[in-house]
Design a protein around this ligand. Sequence first.
Ligand code: ATP
Length: 477
Amino acid sequence: MSHPPADPAPLDAAARPDPGPAVADLDTIVSLSKRRGFIFPSSEIYGGINAVWDYGPLGVELKNNVKRAWWRAMVQERDDIVGLDAGILMHPQVWITSGHVGSFSDPLVECGTCHRRYRLDELPGAEDLSATDLRDESIVQRLGLACPADEGPLSPPRRFNLMFKTHMGPVEEDAAVVYLRPETAQGSYVNFKSVQQSSRKKVPFGIAQIGKSFRNEISPGNFVFRMREFEQMEMQYFVRPGEVAAAAFEEWLPARRAWYERYGVEPTRLRFREHASDELAHYAKKAIDVEYRFPFGWKELEGIHNRGDFDLGSHARSSGENLEYFDPATEEHFIPWIVETAAGADRAAFTFLIDAYHEEQVRDEKRVVLRLHPDLAPYKVAVLPLLKKRPEIVELCHRIKADLKKDMMAVYDDTAAIGKLYRRQDEIGTPWCVTVDVDSLEDGAVTIRDRDSMTQERVPAENVKRVILDRMEAARG
Ligand code: ATP
């Protein structure tokens, strides 16, 4: 794998002063999302459905761009990682072997009075409990926890399995039970042999996947941070066992952190957090979360895990298939170890949205600007007429826009005065506006206005696309 610059002190971030969130109040982002068409509550005309959100016209562009940026970094720019798109429904034995049927669960407590249910580690006062404490029957009593809604008594914690079940085929019987996948990773494990043989990749190599996952979360919330239906961007890196796997794990840490920074996340609002030994899955050798300083605290953005040989070893034993890799150089057979980078597309898009949000004073007026990286911005360019009553101006606008649309998302708007049109585009993160005015009809030149600096440059109309494409490439670095 490539060797990005090492993080100077990956685990010291917790000791640094809290930088505070980019946006103090989450409602600022929720209302912008609704008002401008990024994210809506699902099935709202029926009162909504808890923990499912729909991406509107701008949100779908943003999320697609996030997924594209991830794919670009993880697949397109590398020679050692290939893609996969496995099914959401899989053979039920996959989830028995993986341990999900037996133990993919969270600690649930229930109020004896109002019967509301909570995930124990999300109750006020229980957020920092160790994994051992979360399994302790007497923990509720020991900490004197009560229902946050009505102060009612809470039950001792019990494990609640997060997988959604459904039935395959026309018979609703136990034998037909299948699960909606709670992670994409298992698709990469069960296809390991097919992918390796068909792509002729040599270890170390990775399989990358983006797709929907489903978890019946006990306490979803914080907008799209924790949903019951969400999208993951996961990469499984197959490596030689032992030291080599441990070294690969360490290399992925700065690489993944660099990806968030490359797309604009403020470095002080990112940190690593290592899982304590009692928090690690029983098979995991090491796990570190990339955390972001959300308005509701430091929370996981992505998990990086050294999973050892658990996955391929278990699937080999359970299926009877030989999932060993033969290394022609050393003539050895071995079960590869897996280093996983597991990110969420929704959580990443949410993070970029929050971190890009800025309010500033411009000539006594508040300007809201989303400083999204141009690769992530829903629209790259807005083409605006200074005078919409002049048909020649409007016609030139449409010509420029039609040419831009061959290569990027561009939009035309003439529904307000120019100042207001600029503010609207600032608020949705459009990096450039192209304005056509009366002079354009004489000299064939138009104005390109930059979102962040608000500087303007006069450019011949026929050069607009080239200039924008060059600026996009420059932003990509
Ligand atoms: P958490 O501790 O927040 O429940 P996790 O450790 O269970 O997360 P993983 O199983 O490692 O999460 O999943 C990888 C990534 O998938 C997470 O870092 C997150 O970005 C995303 N993800 C997981 N669960 C959800 C969810 N319910 N809603 C949105 N994204 C999620």
